[in-house]
Design a protein around this ligand. Structure first.
Ligand code: C5P
Ligand code: C5P
Ligand code: ZN
Length: 478
């Protein structure tokens, strides 16, 4: 196996090494009786579980799925108490590998978060890009590593579609405007298997499902000054450039021809430049988009990004079974339930953004933050932080706090690729600062999270402000 500094290992080698690890994982699964599948409550975690559960069903292996917001020692103890032959952790587990091993849990971990340890741990097969010189924030997601494992278990190339939904759900395409690294291999596999197509397009939510003027009106990501939230302005904007809004029914983005689409994109760029607001950035508006060609046109499931938002609307609100059932192919009851949850989720995101805009961000030397208290759910405060950050000063990372139901304080942190290049590592900064105040955290260089005791918020802030300052200055002077 090749272990090397990030960036110095080519993608062929990373791919070959991960596939080897996935084969070990598949062997461990083949030797065991029943399997407990433990995954994360977001789009990537749901799709990862969907991939593995489908692959296990196809092999006739008994399995039970379980979802967690994060893995703590208590939760690991409850997992150990289930007493299953083997636990397959997807989209989480790497950060707690030592604790999993210490509890004597036999496990396969298919994850992409920065590992708590890169050492070999007894009884555990660990599949993670960071072990082989890869990057888990951009090159492969939890559902991507689960897909490699599924492919080692059998012929499961069609599941690449779910793996792409997971990668897009984790915003792995954000920095480059397209999926890169191992994710590229996965979309190519999907394209060959006839389940995916991809190409440049507008990235707004609702291409498949909403009238074009509604797609503009409800655009929060990116937020379009002068159009977002203003139906009349959106209608006149489209009329001015000669777009027919409807005939027998409202026209959606997918109903427009190439020329009409190009006209809208050009007009949006002109509008964005004229508005002079820094939050309007071209790479948020256009980029590569991914179509699930076996899903019905005009449904959320046809577009990887809309699919991932639909999934986030389930498990983040305690409805993980609904999201999983959609991943497993339920296109009736579970899909209807998920759609109801989706409209509430989109409203919650809009309310969250509005709240932060009203209250503003508090500036420290090296970070900026807001504290939502009870007003934004701890399970979506990270998404809101990411959206607000798109329209904010991007020279400092953003932190967000929200009260968690267990009395703890949830922290979410987001950075930019430029800051990461300058030395920022939010995973290390957040986990070290949380550790100092009796909390736990982890994640990726560009995005991380933690839970901490609520009374330690200000101490946590001053520690992380210092660490981020050190990370950025150290590399600048290097
Ligand atoms: O838990 P997990 O790894 O699945 O989540 C990754 C998180 O990183 C997502 O919440 C995503 O929003 C965030 N991210 C980001 N910017 C990027 C890449 C990922 O905010 N460029
Ligand atoms: O919760 P949030 O979206 O802010 O999480 C950002 C990233 O940090 C995700 O990849 C998540 O899995 C990770 N995280 C973590 N440990 C925590 C909280 C979040 O590894 N306690
Ligand atoms: Zn993930």
């Amino acid at each position: 196996m090749i272990i090397s500094r990030k960036g110095s290992v080519n993608i062929e080698n990373i791919c070959a090494s991960l596939k080897k690890l996935a084969e070990y994982g598949a062997e461990a699964i083949s030797r065991s009786g029943d399997v407990l599948v433990v995954s994360h409550i977001d789009a990537d975690g749901l799709t990862a579980a969907g991939v593995i559960c489908t692959a296990l069903s196809r092999r006739g292996i008994d399995h039970t799925p379980l979802f967690f917001k994060q893995l703590t020692k208590n939760e690991l103890e409850s997992i150990a108490d289930v007493g299953s032959d083997l636990v397959v952790f997807t989209d989480l587990g790497s950060g707690m590998i030592r604790e999993i091993s210490a509890l004597g849990i036999k496990a396969v971990i298919a994850d992409h978060h920065r590992p708590g340890s890169t050492e070999r741990c007894g009884g555990i097969v660990h599949i993670n890009p960071h072990l082989v010189g890869g990057d888990g924030a951009t090159q492969i997601s939890g559902s991507g590593t689960a897909f490699l494992l599924a492919n080692a278990l059998g012929k499961n190339e069609d599941l690449s579609a779910l793996a792409v939904v997971g990668a897009v759900g984790d915003l792995q395409d954000l920095s480059s405007g397209r999926l890169v690294g191992l994710n590229r291999r996965i979309i190519e596999t999907g394209s060959r298997a006839g389940v995916l197509s991809f190409g440049p397009d507008i990235k707004l939510f609702g291409k498949q499902t909403r009238p074009v003027f509604k797609m503009l009106e409800y655009s929060t990501d990116p937020y379009i000054p002068g159009l977002s939230g203003d139906e009349e302005a959106c209608i006149s904007f489209l009329k001015e450039i000669g777009i027919r809004l409807g005939g027998e029914r409202w026209r959606r983005w997918i109903d427009l021809d190439q020329d009409e689409r190009a006209r809208i994109v050009s007009a949006l760029i002109r509008h964005g430049l004229r508005s002079g607001i820094p939050g309007f950035r071209l790479e948020r508006l256009v980029g590569e988009v991914y179509t699930l060609t076996r899903e019905r046109e005009g449904t959320e499931l046809r577009d990887a990004s809309e699919f991932s938002t639909l999934l986030n609307a389930t498990a983040r609100y305690g409805h993980s079974r609904t999201g999983l059932d959609v991943c497993l192919g339920d296109r009736d009851g579970a899909l209807e339930d998920a759609r109801l949850l989706l409209s509430q989720h989109r409203q919650n995101l809009l309310n969250g953004i509005k709240l932060v805009k009203e209250r503003g961000l508090i500036q420290l030397s090296n970070i900026q933050y807001f504290d939502a208290g009870e007003d934004i759910l701890d399970t979506i405060v990270g998404i809101v932080a990411g959206m607000v950050f798109q329209m904010a000063d991007r020279s400092k990372p953003i932190l967000a706090f929200a009260s968690a139901p267990d009395g703890m304080l949830k922290v979410s942190a987001r950075g930019t690729q430029d800051l990461v290049r300058a030395g920022l590592d939010l995973s290390r900064a957040v986990s070290a600062s949380a550790g100092e105040v009796g909390g736990v955290g982890g994640g990726h260089t560009i995005a991380a999270g933690a839970t901490i005791p609520p009374q330690s918020r200000d101490e946590f802030l001053s520690i992380i402000d210092r660490i981020v300052g050190e990370q950025l200055n150290r590399n600048r002077s290097a």
